[in-house]
Ligand binder design. Structure first.
Ligand code: SAM
Length: 255
């Protein structure tokens, strides 16, 4: 299932959303009504990956070609879109940057917005962040994140499933956004909210992005300063047609 989607175009995230979006709230969900059930499902349907990406030192439970749902029909998938089962190129670059530059997150109160598999949040914790919150509107993602914490001997992170975009954030020093600029409307909402967070609370913002159109064409792009750029591994390129590298940006609006 996922292999087919990736062949079609994993770089266009909307394709993935449409394909999986048909399954939302199907009756399958009643089979997975406890966290334990969901954990068991994740254990059965993912594989531990510790390489083939930019941060081999972090282990993650992800979809691979060895997993049943990589090939299975999308309508059999029982949950919302499994973004958490993919380690996105934007998140890979951001996580690599954090691990290479531990001072960036050390001692900070960090929010990883749209955390997915949780790699960037885990990296911030490993680097000595004072407090890390992994935020994702997908509750299945938050269970996957805790499982990935355990894989990396990281204490369970605080996970929040509320939509925090637009909320007043006084309690964070650093916001991380890995591959979050994949839709124009989302890019607009992030832009005005991040602008407010920086100007009102002095929050720092780091963005990892592999050159997706909603960021490339957005007015926020003029306010980004490049911190690092990473070549994507061959397997990641194959799964993300047209993408060869991923960049870490520092958002620095004019104050
Ligand atoms: C493309 S994935 C990126 C995941 C991860 N940061 C990475 O780079 O591997 C986008 C993630 O954002 C989450 N998401 C989408 N809208 C969100 C919102 N308003 N607040 C929090 N998470 C959101 C999705 O559920 C998904 O897990």
């Amino acid at each position: 299932m996922l292999g087919l989607l990736k062949q079609q175009s994993v770089s266009r995230v909307s394709t993935l959303v449409r394909a999986f979006g048909t399954n939302r709230n199907k009756c399958f969900l009643k089979c997975y009504d406890t966290d334990h059930d969901i954990r068991t499902f994740i254990l059965d349907n993912t594989e531990i990956v510790g390489g083939q990406n930019l941060t081999p030192e972090i282990k993650l439970r992800l979809f691979t070609p060895n997993c049943r749902f990589w090939h299975a029909r999308p309508e059999l998938w029982p949950f919302p879109d499994p973004f958490w089962a993919i380690y996105w190129p934007g998140g890979q670059a951001l996580t690599r940057y954090l691990l290479d530059n531990p001072r960036v997150s050390r001692g900070k109160r960090v929010l990883d917005l749209g955390s997915g598999c949780g790699a960037s949040a885990i990296a911030a914790k490993l680097c000595g962040a004072a407090h890390v919150v992994a935020n994702d509107i997908d509750t299945v993602a938050t269970i996957a994140i805790q499982m990935n914490c355990a894989l990396n001997a990281v204490e369970p992170l605080t996970c929040i499933t509320d939509n925090m975009i637009g909320s007043e954030l006084a309690d964070y020093d650093l916001i991380l956004l890995g591959d979050m600029f994949y839709e124009e409307d989302l890019a607009d909402r992030l832009h005005s909210w991040l602008d407010h967070c920086i100007k009102t609370h002095g929050t720092q913002v780091l963005i990892g992005d592999p050159g997706r159109a909603p960021l490339e064409g957005h007015r926020i792009k003029k306010l980004l300063r490049q911190l690092a750029q990473f070549e994507l591994n061959e397997s990641v390129r194959e799964e993300n047609y047209g993408l060869t590298c991923s960049t870490v940006w520092y958002y620095s609006p004019e104050l």
